[in-house]
Design a protein around this ligand. Structure first.
Ligand code: F6P
Length: 345
């Protein structure tokens, strides 16, 4: 039985361990894994590559994805959708393991509805997928952001500056919140909670008057700004998402803080640095277990399912659970963490 494995959407650390976990488990069960390159683009163009134990042997520590990825949406244009089904037929796949976020899994779910034997593995560094407690890629990305904060703290203190760190996070502020907490930020701004600029700037001034000459702010790229750049100046991906980095949230917030406080303020955007590099132990273990579970679901013919983390268990949930509303930071959690980052004087 030939089982295709693909990775779609933005890459993140953990994709290779997931490919490895699925490949090794499929081989153990007597199935033939087939790599599909560049996500759904690879299905459309029938781009395959062999996968075996030797090929995946040394990929556990590699960031990115050895299969390549794309943000191709095969349901966007009618001609692509037609070609999608023709290509699936031509590839002679008995089943498909789709490793990806909301968009990739959305395509997988549609295929499942059309009778394609597909299972999903959830990934996103944003950690905003429903249907699973954590996604791999998140832990590594937060680690990178925390390291950036440690470095920014040194230079912020030396120059008595405010520094704003812009991190990824489209609809959800998980990366900003966890990086801010673990990196000891003075203020955290996330899309789920409206930021009170007066409160934030007054607090930064209070810090200074109590002797702390610098401040670190972490902001998620997806927060709302009072004036959005004209849409025509912004690029969109194939799923219709604006490329957020171009909105320049970090730059805008830094300017605003400087104008309001009078303190010299800089910003840093770590962007895709968060998405590269070796996965952490947590991401390697989670991704390997999820990949292996997806292979098991194929052998059990549990199609239309998603391998998912529930507590410490890896379980199967319906694919559509991952497509429900994106998992956002609860306001109560933000408030809890604010008790720490906003000290009282
Ligand atoms: O979806 C994950 C994500 O990392 C978002 O946080 C970010 O806005 C986006 O991908 C960037 O995608 P791309 O690499 O396609 O610019």
């Amino acid at each position: 039985m030939r089982v295709g494995i693909l990775t779609g959407g933005g890459d993140c650390p953990g994709l290779n361990p997931a490919i490895r976990g699925a490949t090794l488990r499929l081989i153990r069960e007597g199935y033939e894994p087939v790599g599909i390159q560049r996500g759904w683009r690879g299905v459309l163009d029938q781009l395959t590559t062999p996968l075996n134990a030797d090929i995946v042997d040394e990929i556990i520590q590699q960031g990115g994805t050895v299969l390549g990825t794309s943000r191709t949406n095969p349901f966007r244009k009618e001609e692509d959708t037609k070609r999608l089904f023709e290509s699936l037929e031509a590839l002679r796949l008995d089943a498909l393991i789709a490793i990806g976020g909301e968009d990739t899994l959305g395509v997988a779910y549609k295929l499942h509805q059309h009778g394609v034997q597909v299972v999903g593995v959830p990934k996103t560094m944003d950690n905003d997928l429903s249907g699973t407690d954590y996604t791999f890629g998140f832990d590594t990305a937060v680690g990178v952001a925390v390291e950036a904060m440690d470095r920014l703290r040194d230079t912020a203190r030396s120059h008595a500056r405010v520094i704003v760190l812009e991190v990824m996070g489209r609809n959800a502020g998980w990366v900003a919140l966890y990086s801010g907490l673990a990196g000891g930020a003075d203020w955290i701004v996330i899309p789920e909670v409206e930021n009170d600029m007066d409160e934030m700037c007054d607090y930064i001034c209070a810090l200074r008057s109590h002797g702390k000459v610098y401040a670190l702010i972490v902001v998620a790229e997806g927060i709302e700004m009072p004036y959005e750049p004209p849409q025509e100046n912004l690029q969109m991906d194939a799923f219709g998402h604006i490329i957020l980095r171009e909105r320049g949230i970090g730059a805008w917030l830094a300017k605003e803080v400087e104008n309001r406080t009078g303190f010299e303020t800089r910003y840093a955007v770590i962007g895709h640095v968060q998405r590269g590099g070796p996965p952490t132990m947590f991401d390697r273990v989670l991704a390997t277990r999820l990949g292996s579970k997806a292979a098991e679901l194929v052998t059990q013919r549990q199609f239309g399912k998603l391998a998912s983390l529930r507590g410490t268990e890896i379980v199967a949930v319906p694919l559509q659970d991952a497509l429900a509303e994106s998992k956002r930071v609860p306001v109560e959690l933000y408030e809890e963490i604010k008790q720490i980052f906003k000290r009282s004087y």
